[in-house]
Design a binder for this molecule. Structure first.
Ligand code: ATP
Ligand code: MG
Length: 290
């Protein structure tokens, strides 16, 4: 169990600190939206690939997106000009060799990091126009992020872990608990609300992480190797949840995977190599994307 406070290389400061992925300096509510995962179906009934969501904007639009890291004076070009569009309701798998830039791309899409060049619109909003507070708010409102190694607070109950993103939205405690309970119920964990991550199996921990990504009712869920640390049965359960989320509730799902069976569930596959998109194809077996 990774305690988030110890920090994984992937995670900019989770652990309840004010710069965590779920923080938002604002506490804007989205009035009129149910806010529980089960309510999203009414919002988007098409369950479908492609098309444009409310407001007409794609989930993501990237043009020549680049990210370089400076390491001891040497520049590492992790992404070298990625252009893509992902519509609301799509189900996309991102594939590619280790070090090809997949996580870097996911962190940019998830507003956990900023590009060094190029433009990125998330739900129609150009991230370069946002200050850090605005970026945190967009992240908190629009995107649910699932990490490979869960990044749960180890000494905190499942219920409180899931409720955490709502703290940063200023949701009252009773409502936070109710929404967290429903999110956990939706991933089959109604009987584990008071367990701590250390008292749960890997598959259960990943489902808690998914519930945490869903509790804010995002239009997009990004998952970086969500089955990477799981046995095959738990992996199938997790993929079933993500798949249903997409087909039944119309939530766009973008996931990184090394596993062929997982990639086969997606309707579109994007292959990344050396920081660029090598191939972007519809999955014919699944009927393809629009
Ligand atoms: N914080 C960082 N500082 C310097 N270089 C980095 C940093 N993060 C990633 N890199 C480098 O950027 C490149 C892309 O890394 P990234 O994590 O995006 O790869 P990946 O495709 O997700 O690989 P994996 O499949 O192993 O998770 C790699 O060469 C990596 O070493
Ligand atoms: Mg990675």
């Amino acid at each position: 169990m990774t305690h988030p406070a110890s920090g994984g290389p992937d995670l900019p400061g989770e652990g309840g600190g004010m710069d965590g992925p779920w923080t938002s300096a604002g506490s804007r509510h989205r009035d009129g939206e149910g806010g529980v995962p089960g309510s999203a179906g009414a919002r988007r009934g098409d369950g479908g690939a492609g098309g444009e969501g409310e407001g007409g904007a794609p989930a993501f639009e990237a043009v020549e997106l680049a990210r370089s890291y400076r390491l001891e004076g040497v520049s590492v070009d992790a992404l070298r000009g990625v252009s893509l569009r992902i519509d609301q309701g799509e189900f996309v798998a991102i594939l590619g060799p280790s070090g090809s830039g997949k996580s870097t791309l996911m962190h940019l899409l998830g507003c956990l990091d900023r590009p060094t060049a190029g433009t990125l619109r998330v739900n129609g909003v150009d991230v370069s126009t946002l200050d850090d507070t605005g970026l945190a708010e967009l992240r908190n409102q629009a995107v649910g992020f699932v990490f490979q190694s869960f990044h749960l607070l180890g000494r905190t109950s499942a219920l409180e872990n899931v409720a955490l993103p709502l703290v940063y939205r200023g949701v009252a405690k009773a409502e936070r608990r109710e929404r967290a309970r429903r999110a956990l119920e939706s991933v089959g964990l109604a009987h584990r609300l008071d367990h701590r991550p250390s008292q749960m199996s890997g598959g259960e921990q990943q489902r808690v992480a998914i519930a945490r990504a869903l509790v804010g009712d995002p239009r997009v869920v990004l998952a970086d190797e969500p089955t990477g640390n799981l046995d095959s049965k738990s992996g199938q359960e997790v993929m079933g949840i993500l798949s249903d989320l997409n087909s039944e509730r119309g939530v766009a799902v973008v996931l990184v995977t090394h596993e062929r069976e997982v990639a086969d569930l997606a309707r579109r596959r994007i292959h990344v190599r050396d920081g660029r998109i090598e191939l972007d194809t519809a999955n014919e077996r699944e009927g393809g994307v629009s």
